[in-house]
Write a protein that binds this ligand. Structure first.
Ligand SMILES: NC(=O)c1ccc[n+]([C@@H]2O[C@H](COP(=O)([O-])OP(=O)(O)OC[C@H]3O[C@@H](n4cnc5c(N)ncnc54)[C@H](OP(=O)(O)O)[C@@H]3O)[C@@H](O)[C@H]2O)c1
Length: 334
């Protein structure tokens, strides 16, 4: 059936300004790292994407290598885009990245100009797009001059293949340098994509301060710690079909007694607020003023809807944040 977006899609989603830019992003964005590859059901993908857009989620995040197989998430997204979303192109923020291994030989990964721009051209073809909204350097390359990597991002923007430039998993110093170099080329550094959750608090050390001072936005990935900050594993085992059961980036060995004690402690705090653990985890990352958007994954429409409902929760009190700190311990579940 032809898809027509819900007329009420902008009624309740909240949008935050990305740093000091003109771009607003939804408080929850959807990533296509898992569940959108060639091994996954196209029907389920279609349902998740349509529901997301109907809920006001205007931002879909991809990377060249998402799958499996690598590239298939972009290819599948292209199919969904052509069928359902092409006429809504100006209402969508679509991002992709390059930097991790994508093809054989010396040019298939890291931060060279050759890798980034070839990869971007491949991504545009796979997604059947004329341009992406945000193009990221997926990881810092210690062996390529940062001027070269940022030069490739600037070319992507100047050539019209991308509207904005971003970096992912750069540390605070690398981020400041990236911003300085890009500014010299007339391109602002729009956004940083770091991992951040109750169980990975690395950006609190200095990155968030830097982003705040530099006026750069942030979209935090894996805010649910890949599912460990949901009710998925609270009983101590991995249900069939879950990411840990599939042993794909998450392993059953991560569900250890320390994890279970902390996750259940957080779950009790969530319950006292009338929230699920996943909802509390999202409310918690969004309490940071430098966080523009929480970048979630979902394997079903039901998960997506549950997570979206976190946005109607009351903000966390000082006492609640203090109580959470006891269980939100960096490094849990590694
Ligand atoms: N820049 C980078 O280097 C980088 C790295 C990783 C990710 N990312 C981006 O961040 C996005 C999100 O990453 P992520 O998928 O790890 O995020 P996440 O939101 O922490 O985890 C998503 C997974 O948690 C489970 N889940 C979600 N909601 C649930 C709910 N309400 N109840 C129970 N389980 C629930 C699902 O796993 P099940 O399969 O078990 O159902 C889902 O696939 C990616 O798609 C990608 O766009 C970027």
């Amino acid at each position: 059936m032809t898809y027509k977006a819900d007329d009420t899609r902008y009624a309740s989603m909240k949008y935050r300004r990305t740093g000091k830019s003109g771009l607003l992003l939804p408080e929850i964005s959807l990533g296509l790292w898992h569940n959108f590859g060639s091994v996954d059901s196209m029907r389920n993908q279609k349902a998740i994407l349509r529901r997301a857009f109907d809920l006001g989620i205007t931002h879909f995040d991809l990377a060249n290598n998402y799958g499996p197989i690598p590239g298939s998430a972009e290819e599948n997204f292209g199919v969904h885009y052509k069928r359902d979303f092409e006429r809504y192109r100006d209402e969508l923020i679509i991002s992709t990245k390059a930097g991790y291994h994508m093809w054989d030989g010396p040019y298939g990964e890291w931060g060279s100009r050759k890798n980034l721009l070839s990869s971007l051209d491949q991504s545009l073809k796979r997604m059947q797009l004329d341009y992406v909204d945000i193009f990221y350097s997926h990881r810092f390359d210690p062996n390529t001059p940062l001027d070269e990597t940022m030069g490739a991002l600037a070319t992507a923007v100047h050539s019209g293949r991308a509207l904005y430039a971003g970096v992912s998993s750069y540390d605070a110093h690398q981020t400041r340098e990236a911003k300085r170099i890009l500014a010299g080329m007339g391109v602002p550094l729009l956004i940083h994509q770091p991992r951040y959750s109750m169980f990975d608090r690395t950006p609190e050390q200095s990155l968030f301060d830097t982003l705040g001072m530099e006026g750069i936005g942030s979209i935090v990935f894996s805010p649910l710690a890949q599912g460990m900050l949901t009710d998925r594993y609270l009983s101590g085992s991995a249900p069939k079909g879950s990411r840990a059961a599939r042993n794909h980036f998450l392993k059953t060995t991560q569900i250890d007694p320390t994890y279970l004690e902390r996750a259940n402690g957080l779950n009790n705090i969530a319950a006292a607020r009338g929230q699920s653990l996943a909802q509390l985890a999202l409310t918690w990352v969004l309490r940071q003023p430098t966080v523009t958007s929480a970048l979630i994954g979902a394997s079903s429409v039901k998960q997506l809807e549950q997570n979206y409902a976190a946005l109607s929760a009351p903000t966390l009190s000082v006492d609640e944040i203090r109580a959470i700190d006891e269980f939100a311990v960096h490094g849990t579940g590694r």
